[in-house]
Design a protein around this ligand. Structure first.
Ligand code: ATP
Ligand code: MG
Length: 367
């Protein structure tokens, strides 16, 4: 009998999970929150509308019998997540999703488990802004507690005048302040834990961000010393077990002179894992479904060196796609500047992957 999964959210991650799921006989219902655009999931399953004024019972009725419920983003209504959790089918669970929705809670819970995170202070009000300078000096990075994605709600502060300007943006919630980390690279670890507790880890992925948005990824990130990789995997393994995590979880790290430090975690499939759609024996999307449906996990082994480049709104897509060798995925979204519209994967030897990504990047940026 075919399995049925409900995905909360209708963006590109829901689309990519559903496309992978179709190949292993999973059918989908998508929940559109607050009238969000649903073009990404067009023709991939049933779409059910929900807004916070609707009851969760009516939502569950509309979804019907499901084997698992999962989310494609963190920024979800607390009442909704907690109610869905009561079914016992929300994977990962509400506590975990809510924990990563809030940067302060996330950092505190990672620190409590001994995972090294970027140093931070919580700045509750504009009067406390000096605390960040007292702790770390300039330059600083301020982040809102919630609603952070693609570098949004994040501010670089280099001097006192920029700090004063930030005070004007206060909206009553405060900030997390971090020193600006001088990293040599950024990497992420895509990990998976199933209902039965089986775990697999993909090779570390190197990520390049432009203006806070992921530009491209290459895996495996062999330049990271093996003992650092092993230590990071051990920390995340402990964390998955401690949280009784189910599904794909991605951890973003800064590579520094003193080792890997965690920037943030994502309780879901992640843009830095999109290369697995072509370059690994089992994609992060299929393994997420296998994990939440308690099926045996597939091999995360890469099939060679793999790369991914993001295609954003406003880019010269026609020209960018002339570079040979890419496996292109467009998300059927309306073109808006800076919006993630698609991605392209490539495999081959390291030099080829690197040079084709560089070429595609230059052409995508060209007029
Ligand atoms: P995502 O889209 O991954 O959810 P986000 O908006 O939640 O991103 P972060 O991942 O915290 O935000 O930051 C985005 C990028 O900004 C990082 O990948 C990194 O390049 C840069 N960045 C964030 N914090 C720092 C810091 N303390 N020092 C230096 N660079 C930073
Ligand atoms: Mg990030």
């Amino acid at each position: 009998m075919s399995k049925h999964v409900a995905i909360i959210g209708c963006g590109q991650l829901a689309r990519l999970i559903a496309l992978a799921g179709q190949e292993i006989g999973v059918r989908f219902t998508f929940v559109a929150i607050d009238n969000e655009p649903t073009r990404c999931v067009e023709n991939l399953g049933k779409v059910v509308q929900w807004r916070p004024t609707n009851s969760v019972i009516s939502l569950l009725k509309a979804i019907g019998d499901v084997d698992a419920i999962t989310v494609e983003r963190e920024d979800l209504d607390t009442v909704l997540l907690k109610a869905l959790d009561k079914t016992g089918l929300l994977r990962p669970g509400a506590d975990i999703v809510l924990n990563s929705k809030n940067r302060l809670q996330e950092k505190e819970s990672l620190s409590a488990l001994g995972v090294p995170v970027t140093p931070y202070v919580y700045v509750a009000t504009p009067e406390e802004l000096h605390k960040a300078v007292d702790s770390f000096g300039f330059p600083l990075v301020f982040k809102s507690l919630e609603q952070g994605y693609d570098g949004k709600n994040q501010w670089r502060v280099r001097d006192q005048s920029e700090l004063d300007a930030l005070a004007q943006l206060y909206e009553g919630f405060g900030w997390i302040a971090e020193p600006e980390i001088q990293f040599s690279a950024e990497v992420s670890l895509i990990s998976v834990r199933s209902v039965s507790g089986e775990m697999v880890f993909y090779s570390l992925t190197e990520n390049v961000h432009n203006n806070g948005i992921l530009h491209s990824s290459i895996a495996p990130a062999e330049f990271v010393p093996l003992n650092w990789q092993v230590a990071a995997q051990k920390q995340i393994r402990n964390l998955l077990v401690a949280w009784q995590y189910v599904g794909v979880m991605v951890t973003e790290f800064f590579v520094t002179d003193n080792g890997l430090i965690v920037n943030e975690t994502a309780p879901r499939v992640h843009n830095s894992g999109h290369w697995t759609g072509l370059g690994a024996q089992t994609s992060q999307f299929e393994n997420h479904l296998r994990a939440i449906l308690d099926m045996p996990l597939g091999s995360p082994k890469e099939t060679g060196v793999a790369g991914m480049i993001n295609i954003l709104g406003g880019m010269n897509i026609e020209k960018g796609l002339t570079v040979p060798g890419f496996d292109v995925h467009m998300y059927n979204k309306e073109d808006k500047p800076g919006r993630k519209l698609g991605h392209a994967n490539i495999t081959g030897d390291r030099e080829l992957v690197r040079s084709q990504i560089e070429l595609a990047g230059a052409l995508l940026k060209s007029a």
